[in-house]
Design a protein around this ligand. Sequence first.
Ligand code: SF4
Ligand code: SF4
Length: 439
Amino acid sequence: MNMEREEIIKKVRDAGVVGCGGAGFPTHVKMAASAEFVIANGAECEPILKGDQYLMAEKASEIIAGVKYVMTSSSASRGYVGIKTKYRRQGEALRKAAGPAIEIFEMGNFYPAGDEHVMVHEVTGRIVPEAGIPIDVGVIVDNVGTLINVSQAVEKGIPVTRKYVTVTGDVENPIIVRCAIGTRAGDIAALANPRKANYMLINGGPMMGDIIDENFCITKTTGALIVMPFDHALASRKERSGRTSQRRAKSICDQCMDCTIVCPRNLIGHRIYPHKIMRMNFFDAEELNEITSGSFLCSQCGLCEAACPQDLSPRSVFKSVKENLIKKGHRNILTSSDVTPHGMWELRKFSAHRLVERLGLAKLDREAVFYPKEIVPDKVKIALHQNVGAASVPLARPGDEVKEGTLIAKIPEKSLGANLHSSINGTVVKIDENYIYIG
Ligand code: SF4
Ligand code: SF4
């Protein structure tokens, strides 16, 4: 690999690569940092998802190439792919593709093994500070899907116009589909043959995903669509608002502390105490103090609500509290880097099997097969804001003829952001403040 770091970073920036597995942090910015270690995140810890497992088995060489490009750009000396021990086929494929500088690191089958903080600790033994990010301890973590996009951008100049999406849940045929960004979610979900005519659609995993409607359009960060029956307990929980959660918490939280016992960020040593935020609800949860500031440390992993015997959601309460604190102009006050993991960390890791049982998902946890046809519709709706940072600024104008890969929106000046490209051949029909419509 003779390419200079600046050239690699520019190619990734030009291609509009953002994190596939989370909120969509622009990858070129991560790659420009100086790091000691690069970790490809292949834990895929959200229950019933299969997309990353498919990519690791089928595209191991591209993932490993992506790790090497990020190592070059960041001058890292060591690379890892973090997987679960149970991903045997994937481990073999990755080992075959990896060189001596890249280790395939195996982890247990627990949730949330893919949380960046957890993975950094498992792989390197380092602990990300409170409210920190992996680079604070010299580590870059990228999802395996992101690394495929990195290698495609660097080696072939291919921009991000396609997404692998798992469609699963209450469907006849769980599938993994490769589709154009901007495709309507309802059309993708229909390919898996939902068992009921009416269903809830969740964008993402059962733990962290959000309810969407069928007109939602696939973005660079859409990893899965889950079809849930409305009468499933998970669907009812997803429908509850933060305010409802707060009201329920006031009446039935018995302070058993199960939520805090399992909280991975608490176990890693951060000062976040889910049971205390529930108690705070009785008084004033909108004042900034060491308990409410814990809301800024919450990863929204949802384990607290899965563990709660009263079916309460400290996660939603933390979310509401954080929004209210921000509205009042408050910022996080918990930023210690002197962090020691809880002595029970190993013993309290939450088994993924137990989680699937607890969520009532055992019957829906099935293998997904790769859908044989790439889905490229006649018209797409491409969101201008698909990444952490600022929305992209449209370059295209209504009436412009575009091809797949044409740059249609760019990173705003002096901002964190990502380029956007057309995912189909067609004409720009309309642009509003949120979308570019191509048909
Ligand atoms: S687990 Fe549930 S009932 Fe127990 S303290 Fe936490 S929120 Fe309250
Ligand atoms: S969602 Fe719950 S378990 Fe997860 S980090 Fe936040 S408080 Fe802890």
